[in-house]
Write a protein that binds this ligand. Structure first.
Ligand code: KG4
Ligand code: ZN
Length: 359
């Protein structure tokens, strides 16, 4: 089955064409993304109405390009549709942004007379781990991706860490899951962004903090690891933000090395908590795999340390992290979630749900 998939929940306008093979693996035929990140970097964050206005401009050209890159012809009314179904993010996210994608997808479903499948953006981040390479693709650093691959095995534990969410899930299958816990205040990505902002970095600050942390000392500042020992799977990052704020304010002058040390220490505090809770969940639920998803998983220091620490556990779960371009928001992950649990609905029933969480 070939699907067109759209994602507009936050600041991206994305479309992709995907195909699922008999082994369950999901292959990208094309993957296009227009971002209004530069606009948001200027204002220090996302202004919802501005984001939606940009998405309205980008939506149709992005669809046109994704069809062209998959060598599919855009077709009109009464002509055979170029794909078998459409998948669309219906929440959570910004209402104006979600509506751009949802209403476009509904229109295409109606005009092409093909099914439309709603996708929870958060499950999309997890589904990105089923997307595998195709030797003809040149999306990441213009290099082909692996042609041999291992797919995640159930039961598994999934950690979603993005700008808006920090959630741990236990999954018996893709549609049978239990939410184990999440953040009580700021999300991990939000902590990166807010602390980065105090240091004068543009939004989103995660990549810059990771970059500077490479030459910094993670032990230079002993920041709190909130809730690291708590008897649950919840997280809290606002205390760390306050602690970092205090240290930054105390600096009389901030030289480059101090900045690097601050970045490394903040990053280490966040990573330590994420790793501890994820491995604890994997152990408790006998997970065969640990799946990571969301923008913060683009952080290679986090992935490397998680892999290292996982080897000290008795049960050695395989750790899956999507390639960078599938960690941050994209349409391919949304299509992957739709294919893993294909449940189309009539377009008349499709509505955006900005508050959507886990059912
Ligand atoms: O998943 P995503 O693209 O959008 C949301 O759904 O939120 O995640 C964006 C978040 C931002 O907070 C950004 O700072 C963070 O992911 N991020 C990173 C890195 N790359 C992106 N955080 C830490 N290290 C990175 N390399
Ligand atoms: Zn996201």
């Amino acid at each position: 089955m070939k699907i067109l998939t759209l994602e507009t929940s936050c600041d991206e306008t994305a479309a992709a064409i995907l195909e699922q093979k008999d082994d369950g693996s999901i292959h990208i035929l094309s993957n296009v993304l227009a971002t209004s990140l530069l606009l948001h970097a200027k204002t220090g964050g996302i202004i919802p109405e501005e984001a939606a206005r940009e998405q309205i401009k980008y939506m149709l050209p992005v669809i046109q390009q994704t069809l062209a890159e998959a060598s599919l012809q855009p077709t009109g009314y009464n002509l055979p549709p170029p794909v078998d179904a459409i998948a669309i993010t219906y929440g959570p996210g910004l209402i104006g942004s979600l509506l751009v994608g949802v209403e476009t997808a509904k229109t295409l479903s109606y005009v092409w007379n093909i099914p439309i499948a709603p996708v929870n953006h958060l499950l999309g981040h997890i589904a990105a781990n089923w997307v595998v390479g195709d030797s003809t693709l040149h999306m990441e650093n213009k290099k082909p991706r692996a042609t041999s691959y291992e797919l995640p095995a159930f039961p598994l534990v999934a950690l979603i860490v993005s700008g808006g969410h920090t959630d741990l899930l236990f999954m018996k299958s893709f549609d049978q899951y239990q939410w184990l816990g999440g953040t009580r205040d700021d999300a991990a990505g939000e902590a990166f962004d807010k602390i980065g902002r105090m240091l004068g970095f543009a939004y989103p600050a995660g990549p810059m903090i990771e970059q500077l942390a490479k030459d910094g000392n993670p032990k230079a500042y002993n920041f709190p690891r909130p809730m690291i020992g708590s008897d649950d799977f919840d997280f809290s990052f606002s205390g760390l933000k306050t602690a970092a704020f205090r240290v930054i304010q105390e600096q009389k002058s901030m030289n480059e090395q101090t900045k690097r040390d601050l970045c490394a220490s903040v990053q280490q505090a966040i990573i330590d908590v994420l790793i501890k809770k994820t491995l604890k969940a994997a152990e408790k639920y006998d997970a065969k795999s640990i799946l990571l998803g969301g923008g913060v998983c683009a952080n290679q220091t986090f992935i490397t340390q998680l892999k290292q620490r996982a080897t000290t556990y008795q049960l050695q779960p395989t750790i899956f992290a999507p390639p960078k371009f599938l960690c941050t928001d994209n349409a391919a992950m949304i299509g992957a979630a739709a294919l893993l649990n294909y449940k189309p609905i009539p377009w008349q029933k499709m509505t955006a749900n900005p508050e959507l969480y886990f059912d």
